[in-house]
Design a protein around this ligand. Sequence first.
Ligand code: DGJ
Length: 729
Amino acid sequence: MKKLLLLFVCTLLSLSIGAADKQSIRINTDNIDLILQVSPKNRLYQVYLGEKLNSTADFDHFNWNIYAGSDGAYGIRGREAYPGSGGEDMFEPALAITHADGNQTTYLYYKKSTQKAVPGGTETIIELADDKYAVQVTLHYVAYMKENVIKTWSEIKHNEKSSIILWRYASGMFYFNSSKYFLTNYHSDWAREGQPAVQQLQFGKKIVDTKLGTRAAEQSEPFFEIGFDQPAQENQGRVMLGTIGWTGNFSFTFEIDNVNCLRVIPAINSYASNYKLKAGENFKTPEFIFTLSENGTGQASRNLQNWARRYQLWNGEGNRMTLLNNWENTAFDFTQETLALLMKDAKELGVDMFLLDDGWFGNKYPRKDDRAGLGDWEPTRTKLPGGIPALTKATETAGVKFGLWIEPEMVNPKSELYEKHKNWVIELPNRETYYYRHQLVLDLSNPEVQDYVFSIVDRLMTENPSIVYFKWDCNSPITNIYSPYQKANQGNLYIEYVRGLYKVLDRIQAKYPKLEMMLCSGGGGRCDYQALKYYGEFWPSDDTDPYERLYIQYSMSKFFPSKALAAHVTNWNRRTSIKFRTDVASMCKLGFDLDLKTMKPEDYKFTQDAVTNWNRLKNVILDGELYRLISPYETHHMAVNYVSQDKKKAVLFAYDLHPRYSEPQQAVRLQGLDANRTYTVKEINLMPNTTSALHCNGQRYTGDYLMKVGLMVLSAYESASRVLELTAE
Ligand code: DGJ
């Protein structure tokens, strides 16, 4: 086996260098080729990015000079793999530096490249250096073969006499040639996350970015979709999906140049971040992750979902816990006794865990609303006299696990922490402070503050080892931007904040590797793949109105596996049935957040049965392949199906949103099944004492029929839904 592996690696290495006279570097997956070439003047160019090529002999045809000049006679533009500022290319650079002597140009020359095997693929490492300044740049590309995902980042180092200032520092740069480019970016707001906006890109720049710091994705999501020649389609055409792993200010620049070439530049947003880099220090950019598909967005999403589960998401191939949360039910109004009753409810409902949300801490300034207490992570004695131990004991008695809400990066001015450590807070010394949700952000660029934030989790875990889950919230963006710790280096603050956060999360993960955490930020204000190395799931939105959730979940499913999307059944839009609300939440990681005791008995029984069904099918829903069949953005319905990796099980979710009166329906054609197998169809999640009205219920069909003809599962009734379980013989 080892020998085989060695042979495989050697083959890859020999393939990586193409035709002898042209120094080509090949970065490839099963279906994608990214080919770079070194020019005679020793500069590095992208000569190809697209569908994988069959023959390396063809690499000879590529010419670093093909695009009118590069570093040749005309010398005005190129497709440099990582262009520096002040060079021949007059468009946006990947890197811009003010050197120690004030010079603002950087020319990078190729030094060497290596390739090595890493889990799932190959990492290509390319070293570049300036010939006049002691600046080195290392480009990294990890190509995941089967999943057709490429992850890229760069590292910048120097040895100049004194610090240099970085004012552009992209994760990478990619060039595309098509007749037309259609960008879908996703804007966002509280309770309105993941709203797609499609536009054709024209000459010039379109920038999608954020300046919010902590709650970075509140207005703009860190992911995008590009359709080549046509707007991105679900099942046909060339599509790119891209996303950046950075839990802070990011920026995507899409620039169409004078020859209609699209340049994609993913980066940390350099806004208010002229970064002072000391000699000998290494500046590592975030990872940019992308995939290309020739068969539309559906395939591209499955690429990212499989990649995320296997290589990026915390415990990506492991289990997830169902839960009962108390936030929508009690808000801040609970006692030790009322919580103990909710824990029993959780058990009776059949979920794995009880999650205690906001409002459990603060003594001098008890957290009875959102105006006080953040920073003082001691249980409120008047409310919870037995502290956390009494709560974990109560969950043990009830027979469920215990999870806890924290918001450890934040502080309310009404807190003992603020009184003691005002210099730990990001706040302007010379202007009136303004507040977002009555709170401020702790200065995680300060190592002392990192220690403190780590100690919050560490102390809770040491004193209560049976806590299995934290919901880690972050309700404020960085306001009043000024760090007492950074002093004259304020340009480093936004970046050092995020790095400080990762240092804390690294320590938590090292000490508590099994501790599961949910990433939450006033809904979905944080949802990036670097954070998801530490968090097993995120909270896509506080909006749990099932209608809205269908749109949000549909958008998020383009980039994330359903396993990473927490979805709770609540009383938002209780005009819709409990079945509709539960069926919507069941297509992701299922949870509940409502008062079970006030439910009608048949509704309650329905939820218990739905939890049992979900547990039986969670391997298909969370770990299977997702096929989006009908879009709520284009119709009055939505449908998706999941298929287990071995194609023996499938689950179809079909929803009717606001259909027109007596609207004629079409059959829903499934995807991803085994055409040669026969599947038995069973409608599940039925209300107690009702039977399925579907003709297909109980019938046997071949996968071929189900994919070509389909099933009549939609209706013209408002907020109706159907869940079908398909089992292969
Ligand atoms: C915002 C979160 O999105 C909610 O789910 C809830 O945890 C509140 N914060 C609590 O303050």
